[in-house]
Design a protein around this ligand. Structure first.
Ligand SMILES: [Ca+2]
Length: 111
């Protein structure tokens, strides 16, 4: 198994582990528990991590069903990946490629 396979598997398993027993989504308390256990905000740079968890949850919950599904979670992982990259390597910020996407629903990670 490749390193990327392992990283993807871990991301998925963390999601599944934190979802309620009979659910395939994270509710607010599961999301908060996951964040406290699995995410060190100091590793990331970006608006999302400066917001409190309730606001982060609201922004991630695109379909407003008060749960984070796998699609919303995968967007969240993507936001964290970009924020980590920006913090660690100090590149990939605004003005780089892709800065002018202009699409709706994809701007949660932009300042
Ligand atoms: Ca949702």
């Amino acid at each position: 198994m490749g390193e990327l396979d392992q990283a993807i598997e871990q991301c998925v398993e963390i999601f599944v582990k934190n979802c309620g027993k009979d659910s395939d989504c994270l509710n607010m308390s599961e999301f908060k528990a996951m964040m406290e256990k699995e995410v060190d905000a100091s590793n990331y740079k970006g608006k999302l991590m400066r917001a409190d968890l309730t606001e982060a949850f609201d922004r991630l919950d695109k379909n407003k069903d008060e749960e984070i599904n796998i699609q919303e979670y995968s967007r969240f992982i993507s936001i964290l990946m970009k924020a980590y990259y920006r913090k660690k390597y100090n590149k990939g910020g605004k003005g780089g490629r892709g800065a002018k996407r202009g699409g709706k629903g994809e701007d949660a990670d932009e300042d």
